[in-house]
Design a protein around this ligand. Structure first.
Ligand code: NAD
Ligand code: UD1
Length: 344
């Protein structure tokens, strides 16, 4: 029996493949490589010392998915495939709804056809909108402020409806906080296209000399130092959360409604905290200047991770120091990401 990992060549997916392998799960990767390359899979193969079953295809392509389900004995799905850039989703809402929602619907149709009823879905803390208080619990109200966030919310609702229609489905929705860091080997990591939107890749590209300085978006938030606070979580901890989610689905007795779980550390770090931790880890200066707030940003966002501990027996272990060290190790060894020697 195999686990289908959609989007498995991407940042979180590639790290999860290693965790799955270590836990003894067999898997097949399905990815259209729109935001990744085969190089990440080659490097995972080196780390796990095993070749990976990979099929290139789009989750909106029903025929291709049917062929995949015919070829492999797929018992469950970890569904990472999706577009994830908030700003781009505002500019290209149709592409985001089509890719993320139509893609998920097509995947669910084919899963149904092949009686595959176990799925772990990548959701995001973005579904909490601007939370009324922190730490954030799973039962807080949900709200989306942009098309990307709405795709996550809609898919969560679709999955809940699917369970109502057939309670043999076993569904876990994982709400990630801010994934950062890289595998300790320094051979796989986050490889954003163009100018990074997210903090950690921007900091590491500044430290390696690709960017002149970091713009800190807002110094007047109601936080200890005025900069935004987030729950940064090491991608290796996050990856292991998927193994625990899968274990849970496999032992879970029937007729349990979809499980919704936060994957975060429960610790908030400000932008300046991260800059300092990164400077210590890399021994490089990260020049910055404080500029206007970024539209749509919130002051504080961090998880109450206690439900994940209780229900999945999972908790994040790695510190902000390790997150920065591993991000730096990846960036320093691969200044141009997976494309060696070329400027991106
Ligand atoms: P990523 O872009 O690195 O990986 C996503 C992968 O999906 C890529 O390899 C891409 O090529 C593939 N893909 C996209 N559309 C596809 C399609 N139509 N058919 C087949 N493959 C397709 O992103 P990531 O950071 O690894 O995120 C994985 C998932 O986790 C996404 O669903 C994302 O929304 C969610 N998530 C990410 C973060 C984050 O900060 N990285 C936070 C919360 C949630
Ligand atoms: C972003 C997404 C969110 C997604 C999350 C995890 C936006 C508005 N939100 O959240 O939907 O779920 O990533 O991937 O994009 N910062 C700077 N300078 C920078 C970049 C960021 O100061 O160049 C600050 C931000 O203002 C924020 C913090 O760093 O306070 C983290 O930002 P980022 O990494 O983009 O993540 P989020 O905004 O939390």
């Amino acid at each position: 029996m195999q686990i289908l990992v959609t989007g498995g060549a991407g940042y979180i997916g590639s790290h999860t493949l290693i965790s799955l392998h270590e836990a003894g799960y067999d898997f097949v990767v399905y990815d259209n490589l729109c935001n990744s390359s085969k190089e990440s899979l080659k490097r995972v193969e080196k780390i796990i010392n095993k070749s990976i079953s990979f099929e290139q295809g789009d989750i909106r392509d029903k025929k291709s998915l049917q062929n995949l389900f015919k070829k492999y004995k797929i018992d469950s799905v970890i569904h990472f495939a999706g577009l994830k850039a908030v700003g781009e989703s505002v500019e290209k809402p149709i592409e985001y709804y089509d890719n993320n929602i139509n893609g998920t619907l097509t995947l669910l149709e084919v899963m149904k056809e092949y009686k595959c009823k176990k799925i772990v879905f990548s959701s995001s803390a973005t579904v909490y909108g601007d939370p009324h208080t922190t730490p954030i619990k799973e039962d807080f109200p949900t709200f989306a402020t942009n098309p990307y966030g709405r795709t996550k919310l809609f898919i969560e609702e679709i999955l809940k409806d699917l369970y109502i229609s057939d309670n043999e489905y076993k569904i876990t929705i994982l709400r990630y906080f801010n994934p950062v860091g890289a595998h300790e080997s320094g051979t796989i990591g986050e490889d954003p296209n163009g100018i990074p939107n997210n903090l950690m890749p921007f900091i590491s590209q500044t430290a390696v000399g690709k960017r002149e300085y970091l713009n800190i978006f807002g110094g007047d938030y109601e936080t200890a130092d005025g900069t935004g606070v987030r729950d940064y979580i090491h991608v290796v901890d996050l990856a292991f959360g998927h193994v625990k989610a899968l274990d849970y689905l496999n032992i879970q007795i029937k007729n349990k409604k979809p499980l919704i779980v936060n994957l975060g550390t429960g610790k908030g770090n400000s932008v300046l905290d991260v800059v300092k931790a990164f400077e210590n880890a890399s021994n490089k200066k990260v020049p910055y200047r404080i500029v206007e707030r970024r539209a749509g940003d919130i002051a504080k966002c961090y998880a109450d991770p206690s439900y994940a501990k209780e229900i999945l027996n999972w908790e994040a272990k790695k510190t902000i120091k390790e997150m920065c060290e591993d991000s730096w190790n990846w960036q320093n060894n691969n200044p141009n990401g997976y494309i060696q020697g070329e400027k991106k």
